[in-house]
Design a protein around this ligand. Structure first.
Ligand code: ZN
Length: 420
């Protein structure tokens, strides 16, 4: 496949613009980027990128994909209210088929917005059938994903080590890689965290946990659990000492600036993480009160840091949404930039749209002006999943039908007398 004559933005080592450039893809891999690659048009599928901005697909380092069917249901909620409604009342009503419908719809939502990789922090594993349904939907969607298994919520006895072992040995398809989403030590005990870290490290699974405030990083440090395989989500209010512990251990971070600002987690710590040299990606987190695209998240990160007096640039923000995100997921050898040898996860934005033209500074335009309506073409591992503004690989109508039915049932179940 030859993508021709686009305004190409690569992100490695720093974002830079290549006007009128081509991208050549072979067997799902980028093999060359530059002007006038001169490939025999008869030998390749030619994708004309004239009037398009071509860049690596966005990488979302933290999202709960199953919540797509309860979109905007808790728009005004604080974190405490969110936990009570979403995890306390709605989550228990999900059957396996609801998780399938929700993950399929949520994955298509991401692809439609040019998000080609999502870390799915999946805390809806009520039974093994729920787990299989979540993975099936991710696989069918064509999205690249990390499926991070979270034990069923509850006390430490709810942990399902057998399930984690099963997922690790499943032989998942190329586009889906397993990870462990840990409750402890913030939403679970330090004992559960110790057991999870032991299990994940035995199985070679990366670990991710939600943490804010004082104590979590310190407790993990005291237990000898910090390391380069640990991703901290949020981090609002971490002390400088905690930041330094993470940096020294090689740990990574995911900031979800929209949700953190709205739910009251505290000020997003984007600039502080970066200042301590911690690889930091961006995340949507939950669509129960935030949109599922990274344009909004990039703008929230940018504005949130600038209002604090920080000097974050649009180029740095774009890197967080692409190359840095890939590094946070340990996938920088495969995705996050257009460097030859990487997987062809590529998006094209219509630059002739009312909200983008005229494009004086392509990097600034993507971060400050672009939105999902500009996403014209989306390619994952060399496969076109969106073309001319429409999803072409998945049956979006069927997915909407399934999602709508699940949404109605969940809403009804949550109203029923005796609902948890
Ligand atoms: Zn989250």
């Amino acid at each position: 496949m030859l993508i021709t004559n686009g305004t190409v933005i690569d992100t490695d080592p720093q974002p830079r613009v290549l006007p009128g450039a081509d991208v050549l893809v072979e067997d799902g891999t980028i093999v060359a980027v530059g002007p006038g690659l001169g490939v025999d048009p008869g030998a390749a599928e030619v994708v004309d990128a004239t009037g398009r901005i071509v860049l690596p697909g966005f990488v979302d380092t933290h999202r709960h994909v199953w919540q797509s069917v309860i979109r905007s249901i808790a728009a005004d909620a604080t974190l405490g209210e969110y936990l009570g409604l979403i995890l306390g009342r709605l989550a228990p009503a999900f059957r396996a088929e609801d998780v399938y419908a929700a993950n399929l719809w949520g994955a298509l939502e991401a692809l439609n917005a040019g998000v080609t990789t999502v870390y799915d922090w999946s805390h809806i594993q009520l039974t093994p059938a729920h787990t299989d349904a979540a993975i099936d939907a991710l696989r069918e969607s064509g999205l690249r994903s990390v499926f991070a298994y979270a034990h069923p919520a509850g006390d430490d006895d709810a942990r399902r080590e057998d399930e984690v072992r099963r997922i690790a040995s499943l032989g998942l398809p190329d586009l889906v890689t397993p990870a462990l989403a840990a409750w402890g030590p913030v939403y679970g005990s330090i004992g559960a965290a110790e057991a999870d870290w032991r299990l994940a490290r035995e199985l070679g699974l990366p670990i991710s946990l939600h943490a804010t405030g004082v104590g979590a990083v310190e407790r993990l440090h005291e237990s000898g659990l910090l390391g380069p395989d640990v991703m901290f989500v949020h981090g609002n209010g971490f002390t400088d000492e905690a930041m330094k512990l993470i940096a020294d251990s090689g740990g990574v971070a995911s900031v979800a600036p929209v949700v953190e600002s709205q739910m009251g987690h505290g000020h997003p710590e984007t600039g502080r993480f970066l200042g301590f040299g911690i690889p930091t990606g961006l995340g949507v987190d939950t669509v129960t009160d935030a949109p599922g695209d990274l344009f909004t998240v990039m703008r929230a990160a940018f504005a949130g840091e600038r209002v604090r007096g920080g000097s974050l640039t649009t180029a740095e923000v774009l890197r967080m949404a692409t190359a840095e995100g890939a590094r946070v997921l340990g996938m920088e050898d495969r995705i996050g930039s257009l460097r030859p040898g990487k997987q062809a996860d590529i998006i094209m934005l219509r630059a002739d749209a009312l909200n983008l033209a005229p494009v004086h500074d392509p990097i600034g335009a993507v971060v400050t002006c672009a939105d999902t309506s500009n996403v014209d073409t989306v390619i994952v591992a060399g496969r076109i999943v969106k073309r001319a503004g429409r999803l072409v690989q998945a049956d979006a109508r069927r997915a909407l039908d399934l999602a709508s039915r699940t949404a109605a049932r969940i809403a009804e179940a949550a109203q029923a007398p005796g609902a948890a």
